[in-house]
Design a protein around this ligand. Structure first.
Ligand SMILES: [Zn+2]
Length: 416
């Protein structure tokens, strides 16, 4: 599973960087063309229009690719959980909900295009017929962090005070173009919690980090939704999966731990608490799933479950019995057994499946029917039928070590 996250992260980062680098190359070309244009107003107008279009284009591509990435990561996260839970061989599978994810991915990426368009808007206002103004503008446009130096050389040549030789200017521009290659010229500020800028990172590095982080977060959100949908009221426990890589050391203490997704199952550290201590940090490849250990935990917690929860417990355990699972004033305690194809809960499920009835849905009010339905005695051996809302439960007496209790033996559709 963590390999899957890693692969998706790599793929997304690659796609995003391809878009960014392609458009960045076009922008760099236009920056140089503008610097070389001088007083050629036609050429200036053309390049300015071109820059505008490139920004429009990159915004569109960022939006499209992130919409797709979110959709894919979410689907993968859900499918993976479905596969993992199916592999546990347990009988409860809940209904799937449709969900529209918000593209927060794009909101973060927009910081890049906003910075790009602001810086370029300032640059295009330069008086390109004035070489000194062009040098100053280029120096403002390209941050020191980019590692591009030739502008300092231009400034130190001293040519600016006098008439600039056209050939020389072209040569310097050529050199700048060479130095531009494979270098990012945009940076994004990183803020701390107080809102101060801590440092600047290359826009490409920022895009890559976003791709990794948000792919994994979307995947985990899907995993959480899938687990909560499938286990419903029963619980929200998961095991943290993944082996700690060098850059995942904050997650190490949580590997193999059983955590609660929402805090609903008491007595466990919640995912939120673990997150506050570093779990699922940026670039993290860890995830979680319902594993055999989680199921064991549920079985330990629910040994004396009553009512509907006792039914879910047996569905997970798929063996044994629950003593006194239900109670009625008129007949007393009623036991529930897992049984086999001929009796017990397994029998009920097998029969309903043969009739193509949604088992989960059908069993959802079994406890209610038994405990609140109308009781009818059908023979003098103590066999009872209980009716509620078009369903019927059959309860029969059983004697264990001379002590008489009742047992659920059938549950089907039947009007009173
Ligand atoms: Zn991690």
């Amino acid at each position: 599973m963590t390999n899957q996250i890693k692969n998706m992260q790599l793929e997304q980062a690659k796609t995003l960087l391809e878009i960014y680098n392609k458009r960045l190359a076009e922008i760099k070309r236009s920056i140089i063309e503008l610097a070389k244009s001088g007083e050629n107003t036609l050429k200036l107008a053309l390049e300015k229009k071109r820059i505008e279009n490139i920004i429009k284009q990159i915004k569109k591509e960022f939006k499209e690719t992130t919409d797709e990435a979110i959709e894919e990561s979410y689907q993968e996260g859900k499918n993976e959980q479905k596969t993992l839970i199916a592999a546990l061989g347990i009988a409860i599978i809940g209904s799937e909900q449709k969900k529209t994810m918000q593209n927060i991915y794009y909101t973060h990426l927009s910081r890049i295009t906003t910075i790009m368009s602001r810086k370029l808007a300032t640059y295009v206002r330069t008086d390109f017929s004035d070489k000194k103004a062009v040098v100053n503008s280029l120096n403002r446009l390209i941050p020191q962090q980019s590692g591009i130096k030739p502008l300092n050389n231009i400034a130190s040549t001293g040519i600016l005070s006098s008439e600039v030789d056209k050939k020389r200017w072209q040569r310097l521009m050529k050199r700048l173009e060479q130095d531009f290659k494979n270098k990012d010229i945009f940076t994004v500020p990183y803020y701390n919690k107080a809102g101060d800028v801590v440092r600047h990172v290359k826009a490409s590095t920022y895009a890559e980090m976003l791709a990794r982080t948000l792919t994994a977060n979307t995947y985990r959100e899907a995993a959480q939704d899938s687990i909560l949908e499938q286990f419903g009221e029963f619980g929200d426990l998961v095991e943290i999966l993944g082996r700690s890589a060098v850059d995942c050391s904050e997650c190490k203490p949580y590997e193999g731990q059983i955590l609660s997704l929402t805090g609903k199952t008491k007595g466990y550290t919640t995912i939120e608490e673990a997150r506050a201590s570093g779990l699922f940090h940026p670039n993290c490849i860890h995830s979680f799933a319902v594993t055999d250990r989680v199921i064991d935990e549920y079985l330990k917690l629910n040994q004396s479950a009553k009512g509907q929860r006792a039914i879910d417990y047996l569905l997970l355990k798929q063996e044994g019995e629950v003593k006194n699972a239900f109670y009625r004033n008129d007949i007393g305690n009623i036991d529930l057994i897992w049984g086999d194809d001929k009796k017990g809960l397994k029998h009920i499920i097998t029969r309903r499946m043969q009739q193509n009835i949604d088992t989960k849905e059908f069993l959802s009010n079994l406890a209610e029917v038994i405990e609140k339905g109308q009781l009818v005695r059908t023979n003098n051996k103590g066999r009872y039928e209980i009716f509620l809302n078009g369903k019927m439960a059959i309860i029969e007496p059983e004697s264990i070590n001379g002590k008489q209790t009742f047992l659920l033996t059938a549950f089907k559709r039947r009007k009173a």
